[in-house]
Design a protein around this ligand. Structure first.
Ligand code: ATP
Length: 461
């Protein structure tokens, strides 16, 4: 396999334009329907609900844990498994202050900030001569309430509290990749351009969490740091912008609800020479799913300076050292899961009734198959359980023998299960089962002996 280069990729894949989003508008009513469905069907529960809940904290139920895992697996598959230039990492969540001093988080997250509503300038409240007077436009009383920007959760390691024992819960997974740069470089035999990918929990003491799992204080991220020779950074930035946008489309997000938005120069972080956000049209409007940033050599240089370790690359071809530049696609797993749910949600009229169906991509669907014996009679449930046992090594299955078959189909539609397999009285005679398609509701008869193959072909996982 040849090394993927920014150029070859741009040629082989049509560069995805931001979808034609004209004429598409947000659907505010969708929000309540999704929240209600996720509770009813076991996707997401409010955390500690029996104690009145814990604001903006959620637990993922039996179905949600599968969907979230599938989103993360789809990301890992595309970012690590399908490439030979990206390796994985699982770094610690607890980390010492030095990491966050070097990264700039301690300094940049601890200031009380106020915005001037008049001129839009930002100030550190504790640095102002007069806390009521904007030094930029000279207006009084125009400040927003001070916001504490220390978004990091601080705790203590060991039994002793106080200075010297403070540790932080990571507010992003990215720093784990930077502090392990030399370890990975030495142990993996990779050389720039190469990447380190990680999926894991991050914690931010958000001032205003909300919109269900969109913004929470505990969430999961999927981040990759791609280390490149400095003169290739801009090409790789374009490459990852396009790759990441395409990932959402490949998993069935409609182009009408997806766009790539380049940051204006005044929006850019101090280290970034380019950032683009993948945005989804949520019920409240366009909002961020992922940011792709050209971070330059900011992080490696900062950690090298603070730690005194060498975090660069010796290129034998040119007999010289350089500090790689970094392109970072940083996505939220929990937020993305919610967007996939919203994109998949559909209601349609079927014989005078409303059918709710999640048209999830088979790779994301919590259950791929539901095995449903037509009745609870042992002559049906026995063989149906045998069929389940045949399918389980290959795909995640549900098994349900309660209620009438119509209600069971509707339940699976709401879970997004692509295929339902019914074992009925004819199955005893003809050794075949009925396979029902979630989207078209079409049914076909398939011999039991070829069911596993049939399912694999149909789902094309
Ligand atoms: P935002 O502007 O929404 O606060 P951000 O630009 O600070 O996000 P990044 O630091 O770039 O976010 O983090 C990368 C991704 O992690 C985001 O695109 C988002 O999907 C996810 N993310 C960040 N903060 C949260 C949060 N509080 N809850 C859920 N997901 C989050």
């Amino acid at each position: 396999m040849s090394e993927p280069t920014p150029d070859s990729s741009a040629e082989s894949k049509a560069v995805p334009a931001a979808g034609d989003t004209s004429g598409v508008s947000a659907d505010p009513a969708l929000f309540d329907r999704i929240v209600s469905l996720t509770k009813r069907r076991g996707f997401v529960f409010p955390s500690a609900e029996i104690y009145g809940g814990f604001r903006s904290t959620y637990d993922y139920g039996p179905i949600g844990v599968l969907l979230l895992r599938n989103v993360k697996d789809a990301w890992w598959r595309s970012m690590v498994q399908m490439r030979h230039d990206v390796v994985g990492l699982d770094a610690a969540i607890l980390s010492p202050p030095a990491v966050w001093e070097a990264s700039g988080h301690l300094a940049n997250f601890t200031d009380p900030l106020v915005d001037c509503k008049e001129c839009k300038e930002r100030f550190r409240l504790d640095k102002l001569e007069d806390p009521d007077l904007c030094p930029n436009c000279g207006k009084r009383g125009t400040f927003t309430e001070a916001r504490q920007f220390n978004l990091m959760f601080k705790t203590h390691a060991g039994p002793v509290e106080g200075k010297g024992h403070e540790v932080y819960l990571r507010p992003e997974t990215a720093q784990g990749m930077f502090v392990n740069f030399a370890n990975v470089l030495q142990s993996s035999r990779k050389k720039p351009p190469f990447g380190i990918a990680q999926i894991g929990k991050s914690f931010r003491n958000e001032i205003t969490p909300g919109n269900f799992v969109f913004r929470t204080r505990e969430f999961e991220q999927m981040e990759m740091e791609f280390f490149v020779p400095p003169d290739e950074a801009q090409d790789w930035y374009q490459y990852w912008r396009n790759e990441r946008f395409q990932w959402y489309l490949d998993l069935g997000m409609p182009a009408t609800h997806l766009r790539l938005r380049d940051h204006d120069p005044d929006e850019l972080s101090h280290y970034s020479s380019g950032t683009a956000d993948v945005e989804f049209l949520f019920p409240w409007g366009w909002d961020e799913l992922e940011g792709i940033a050209n971070r330059g050599d900011y992080d490696l240089t900062a950690h090298a300076t603070r730690s005194g370790e060498r975090l660069d690359y010796f290129d034998p071809a040119t007999n010289s050292r350089y500090t790689p530049h970094v392109i970072e696609p940083a996505a939220g797993a929990t937020r993305t899961m919610m967007a996939f749910l919203m994109a998949a949600y559909d209601e349609e009229e079927v014989r005078g009734e409303t059918r709710t169906v999640l048209r999830l991509h088979p790779r994301l669907a919590p259950y791929k198959v539901a095995v449903l014996p037509l009745s609870r009679k042992p002559e049906l449930t026995g063989p149906a359980e045998d069929l389940l046992a045949r399918l389980q090594p290959h795909v995640m299955c549900d098994y349900d023998e309660t209620q009438n078959i119509g209600k069971r189909y509707r339940r699976q539609d709401e879970l997004g299960t692509p295929l339902c397999i019914t074992y009925d009285f004819d199955s005893i005679e003809d050794g075949a089962v009925t396979v029902r398609d979630r989207d078209s509701m079409a049914q076909e008869r398939v011999p039991i002996d070829s069911v596993v193959e049939h399912v694999q072909t149909r789902l094309a996982l």
